[in-house]
Design a binder for this molecule. Structure first.
Ligand code: TMP
Length: 205
């Protein structure tokens, strides 16, 4: 049984996710909530090791389906080991990326059919879905300048990142109640304010 609340942050490279997540967590802690902050892929010993493989810039030969299954493997572990137990205890879990990243990067970016992703993805996450998701939308060139192009995914072509960006926006249109799109090209303080306003609707002002 799930009692807590599950929030995810999504968006392209350099969208300022980390700053926004830190601010959101501080806001919720100040209100007295017990908050757990996580990142995907990662957050457990097994998932952090998988992350190293996924982001290794030397592994250029990785097939898209291998990539998909590794992201899902990392998720299967963090869901069972960390997220579900925390939610069961009534915690607010804030996660840097989750399933929407898989749909955007491996679906729209790598062009793996979304129906296939959906089936495999359910195996990893079970019935768990975020209650609320913030999508930080940023101009791709601007984001990559901010974030750098260091790992295997960041080094992908601009056209790949454009598809990912459009992917997030398409997904958000389909689930507008859960997925809140914010213009991350605006100042960080503006974005933080919008995040806080939305959180206040759930957790109180
Ligand atoms: P991060 O750098 O934001 O921590 O994310 C790691 C990279 O992995 C980032 O480029 C997005 C990518 N990614 C996917 O391609 N699919 C996924 O399911 C997840 C969670 C991340």
């Amino acid at each position: 049984m799930k009692r807590g609340y599950f929030i995810t942050f999504e968006g392209a490279e350099g969208s300022g996710k980390s700053t926004q997540i830190r601010n959101a967590v501080a806001f919720l802690k100040k209100k007295g909530y017990s908050v757990m902050m996580l990142r995907e892929p990662g957050g457990t010993r097994v998932s952090e090791r998988i992350r190293r493989i996924l982001l290794d810039k030397n592994l250029k030969e990785m097939a898209p389906v291998t990539e998909l299954l590794l992201y899902l493997a990392a998720r299967a572990q963090i869901v069972r080991e960390t997220i579900l137990p925390a939610l069961k205890k009534g915690k607010v879990v804030v996660c840097d990326r989750f399933e929407d990243s898989t749909r955007a990067y491996q679906g729209f970016g790598r062009r793996i059919p979304l129906a296939a992703i959906q089936r495999a993805s359910k195996l990893a996450r079970g019935t768990l879905k975020p209650d609320l998701t913030f999508v930080l939308d940023i101009d791709i060139a601007k984001g990559l300048r901010r974030g750098g192009r260091h790992d295997r995914i960041e080094r992908e072509a601009l056209s790949f990142h454009e598809r990912v960006r459009k992917g997030f926006l398409t997904l958000a249109k389909k689930e507008p109640r859960r997925m809140i799109v914010l213009d991350a090209g605006k100042p960080a303080a503006w974005v933080s304010q919008k995040v806080r306003e939305r959180l206040a609707r759930v957790f109180g002002p």
